[in-house]
Design a protein around this ligand. Structure first.
Ligand code: FES
Ligand code: FES
Length: 187
């Protein structure tokens, strides 16, 4: 057995520690050591996107990263989307309302990729959503309802932003949507 390395990672806003072999994947670290089985493992070679999580706000294939590579980094998994573990994140609510899942295997990766997409582009076109999700494969839905859900989440965000008129700050250009919230930021 290889020597174990101690790593400290912020996972869904909580500081966590683990002792891992250098070859342990981030996906296995999250699922087996942290008990966060919402991160799904499909192909295990970077194709399907089921294992997508955010590291420092950027989507990564957790099957392709070693756990030691996220030492001292910030990881968001699907378990961190809900602000309180009960209330659905707006994206989760939109997926629910628009029937954007069947077996659900791809859903955690779809949600986290969508979160990054809407954070960077809060009002995407359908084509931009399709392009943004192109790295995540779904065997069940045909993608139509997933795209609808992401567009609906963006619309909901735009509507809530417009009712909060006057909340634009010096950093927000006129008419710009506030950044799409992640995880506990919506609490
Ligand atoms: S399991 Fe990581 S990309 Fe498929
Ligand atoms: S809902 Fe089954 S793989 Fe996407």
């Amino acid at each position: 057995m290889s020597e174990l390395t101690t790593i400290s990672v912020t996972v869904n806003g909580e500081p966590r520690e683990g002792r891992v072999e250098p070859r342990r994947s981030l996906a296995d670290f999250l699922r087996q050591d942290m008990g966060l089985t919402g991160t799904h493992v499909g192909c295990e070679h970077g194709v399907c996107g089921a294992c997508t999580v955010l590291v420092n706000g950027r989507s990564v294939r957790s099957c392709l990263l070693f756990a030691v590579q996220v030492n001292q980094q910030d990881v968001l998994t699907v378990e961190g989307l809900s602000p309180d573990g009960v209330t659905l994140h707006p994206l989760q609510q939109a997926f629910h309302e628009h029937h954007a899942l069947q077996c659900g295997f791809c859903t955690p990766g779809m949600l986290l990729t969508s979160l990054e997409l809407l954070r960077d582009n809060p009002a995407p076109t359908e084509a931009e959503v399709r392009l943004g999700l192109a790295g995540n494969l779904c065997m069940c839905t045909g993608y139509v309802n997933i795209v609808r859900a992401v567009l609906a989440a963006a619309d909901g965000h735009a509507a809530s932003a417009s009712t909060a008129a006057g909340s634009e700050t010096a950093e927000s250009p006129p008419g710009a949507l506030p950044r799409f919230p992640t995880g506990k930021e919506i609490a």
